[in-house]
Design a protein around this ligand. Structure first.
Ligand code: NAI
Ligand code: MG
Length: 494
């Protein structure tokens, strides 16, 4: 395994499953990279009072793309005050129909600039261009369109209640869907009449900053959206600021718990969307080829940097062998490498820290006695990469069956009866998502009702839609995002 993990230097054309592919790189000349970025506070780009900056890189090449500001406490204070002023003077007084116009504008500009956003997302985050192009950017626009539609219909969304905005929302987001998470958080907050201070993740600030430009282009009143770049200390200063009325966080369970402690007793509203360890459950009557596609999409999509990734495969014992064989054959055809190449299926790991975490957990799986198999593929010389990996002979107690790996690593377990499948699926500290593959509708309904998971997909996986509430049980957090449920999290309904 140590040898298998060794980085190779050879580049394309690579051979995948016996086929040669010529490189098909997406053009990048339409994306103007700015050398440095300020903070968006009160409608203007300003230099950080902290006078600190940090570099942001491409995880596929380790090249520096830009420098961004690191917001300190003074910057956080200025941003929260700007958001408060915008809230009291403008945004909370504006009619819902007026607010909707701004959201529609943002959605349309995102569509017009879709290519630029997709390329920038892929450069800064390492995800394959076909995902940022076909999933992240269209869904980000869809979230603005969807919530624009609610802005003037809040009384209809919550009949008999008097929905009122909460005030200033602090939103801290992760690096796995940088633009989509920003849209996912901003759209409902703004539709409901709140103003926002948003903090993107330190490894992927560039699309959130560019969204700041879109927000200016859409002529949102100054201070309605403020964007602060920085790392954990900036996030902690923001969520702990007394001028904040609502906190929304997506990220690690560890930080989620720390934020919960900070806010305890403050009366401020909090939603947390944390990690996951989803089970993808395949019964013997499932269409196996379709299931294999679902399993691959479930765990190798976005390099497994997905909180709801199907990171455990629970397969009925009678079909375990043929299913795992099919899966390995399919994995051998996955194209790993340059995320800007339109043929790439699996891109770069987002950061060296994340690669180290994946490598450490995979080593623990081997030490525990599980058997690893890796897709045979060449890895680029520079950047952060991990081969798609599948573990068999996995016991429920192993760390690879309990902990979130957040990488392209699947753990296979088996079961005999539906009861055993439910018990094993629920046997982790998490409860974000699950998948069921079977021909029987009654079995889908039965399992869905017994699984402790906020989302249960049936005969599909990793499907997202702004109309559908998303969120977890147990250590996966609380509160829902998307749909009417997500809107409610930004409103006072008393
Ligand atoms: P993280 O939770 O440290 O970072 C997420 C966001 O929180 C970033 O914007 C970060 O700057 C901010 N942050 C960090 N410390 C903070 C604090 N004390 N107060 C307020 N904000 C803070 O996640 P990290 O370290 O990037 O990843 C660690 C693990 O977390 C991953 O390996 C994965 O297992 C999980 N994770 C889960 C995500 C999800 O979608 N639920 C997303 C990202 C990571
Ligand atoms: Mg962290």
């Amino acid at each position: 395994m140590a040898e298998q993990l060794e980085r190779r230097t050879e580049r394309a054309p690579a051979r995948f499953g016996g086929l040669d592919y010529a490189p098909a790189p997406e053009a990048t000349d339409h994306v103007q990279l700015r050398a440095d970025h300020g903070l968006l506070i009160g409608g203007r780009w300003v230099e950080p009072a902290s006078e600190r900056r940090f570099k942001t890189i491409s995880p596929a090449t380790e090249e520096v793309l830009a420098e961004v500001a690191e917001a300190g406490e003074e910057d956080v204070d200025a941003a929260v005050k700007a958001a408060r002023a915008a809230y009291t003077k403008v945004w909370s007084r504006m009619s819902g129909a007026e607010r909707a116009k701004y959201l529609y504008r943002i959605a349309r500009i995102l569509q017009e600039r879709a290519r630029e956003f997709a390329v920038l997302e892929t450069m800064n985050g390492g995800k394959p261009i076909k995902e940022s192009r076909d999933v992240d950017v269209p869904l980000a626009a869809a979230h603005f369109f969807y919530h624009a539609g609610w802005a003037d219909k809040l009384d209809y969304a919550f009949p008999g209640r008097r929905p009122a905005p909460l005030g200033v929302a602090a939103q801290v987001i992760p690096w796995n869907f940088p633009l989509l998470m920003a849209a996912w958080k901003l759209a409902p907050a703004l539709a409901a009449g709140n103003t926002v201070v948003l903090k993107p993740a330190e490894t992927t600030p560039l699309t959130a900053l560019r969204l700041g430009e879109v927000i200016q282009e859409a002529e949102l009143p100054e201070g309605v959206v403020n964007i602060l770049t920085g790392a954990g200390a900036t996030g902690a200063a923001l969520v702990g600021h007394p001028g904040v009325d609502k906190v929304a966080f997506t990220g690690s369970t560890e930080v989620g718990k720390a934020i919960q402690r900070t806010l305890a007793g403050s009366g401020r509203k909090l939603t947390l969307e944390l990690g996951g360890k989803a089970a993808n459950i395949v019964f013997e009557d499932a269409p196996l080829d379709q299931a294999v596609e679902g399993i691959v999409n479930g765990i190798y999509f976005n390099q497994g940097h997905v909180c709801c990734a199907g990171s455990r495969l629970l397969v009925q014992e009678s079909i375990a062998e043929p299913l795992v064989d099919k899966l390995k054959r399919r994995m051998a055809t996955l194209r790993v490498g340059d995320p800007l190449d339109k043929n790439t299926d699996v891109g770069a790991i987002n950061s060296r820290a994340q690669l180290d975490k994946i490598t450490e957990l995979v080593a623990s799986g081997e030490a525990d006695g599980a058997q690893a198999w890796q897709a045979p593929c060449e890895l680029p010389a520079r950047g952060f990469w991990f081969r798609p990996t599948v573990f068999t002979h996995v016991a429920q107690s192993y760390r690879i069956a309990q902990e979130e790996i957040f990488g392209p690593v699947l753990s296979v377990l088996t079961f005999r009866t539906p009861d055993e499948a439910v018990e094993k699926a629920n046997n982790t500290p998490y409860g974000l998502s699950a998948g069921v593959w079977t021909d029987k509708g009654s079995r889908i309904l039965d399992l869905a009702s017994r699984m402790q998971a906020g989302v249960v997909w049936a005969n599909t996986f990793n499907r997202f839609d702004p109309t559908s509430p998303f969120g977890g049980y147990k250590e996966s957090g609380f509160g829902r995002e998307g749909g009417r449920h997500g809107l409610a999290a930004y409103l006072d309904l008393s």
